[in-house]
Design a protein around this ligand. Sequence first.
Ligand SMILES: C[S@@+](CC[C@H](N)C(=O)[O-])C[C@H]1O[C@@H](n2cnc3c(N)ncnc32)[C@H](O)[C@@H]1O
Length: 288
Amino acid sequence: MHSPDEPQHGDTAFADLARRFAERLATVRPCVDARYVRPDWVRRNAELERDLLPVPPPDFLRHPSIAFQMFVNERLLPHELPYVRSRLADERPLAEPPVGDPPTVPLPGSDLRTSSNTVHQLFHLLRYQEATGRRVDDAATIVEWGGGFGALIRVITALHRGEPTCVVFDTPTFSAVQWLYLSAVLGEERVVLHDTAPVRPVPGRVNLVPIGLVGATDVDADLFISNWALNESLPRAREDVVDRRWFGAGSLLLAMHAGDPFAQVVLATGATAVPLGDFMPGQHYLVA
Ligand SMILES: C[S@@+](CC[C@H](N)C(=O)[O-])C[C@H]1O[C@@H](n2cnc3c(N)ncnc32)[C@H](O)[C@@H]1O
């Protein structure tokens, strides 16, 4: 866990990072694989680029392609927050960085503000630990497919007692958004945006890899995570990930609707289904 005295990079760095966003996005934009991306995500990416260029606004997390897709409703808080608080030895991972102006709520009985999204991401990791008996700390190399704006990776870096090597595959637009968000929150030196094959992840860093470079990425994972993302990619992406045996990962955390046909494929590889709970009917984790 990182010390509370570490500098918060968000405020000072954001303006500088935002000025360089267009150039970073231009370097990764060609690194796409159209065989992987569903039309609804092509549209969300186009809308995001239209509105974030040339310089993303300070409240970029409020863009509909992010806010409506990645911030769960605050009605989930009473179901998830008590579970999360009862299992965290230290509440600092609940603190919401101000970068991107996310919608926040006060954390009762504390000076911190949190968000329904941060609580939701912590809930996923803690439920994974409970269901598998493993710890996120057990994983030195973590691959995430479809990382949103970077919320789960931020929480992993806060929870993990080591310096894990993280690899996040996403569309080029979202890889660039993750670069902006995670550089502002963690410090730019901890984030690597890859734009050239072959991709060799930098140990101990957050490596952001646009999906056009998946086939050229040399990674041997311990834990593979994909929450509501691989099932939202085209079949070719799922086939390639299953063919690569989850990038070598011996442990899995996926989330999707129980009725999703891909759930059967994941179960057939040895995963176990765990319902999120009555407050999210039909939604399951698939863990191994
Ligand atoms: C519904 S969001 C979920 C984000 C995050 N996992 C969460 O739970 O908040 C879907 C994610 O999958 C990504 N995605 C969509 N199509 C993809 C593809 N073909 N390959 C990789 N990522 C993709 C989106 O950009 C987004 O980051």
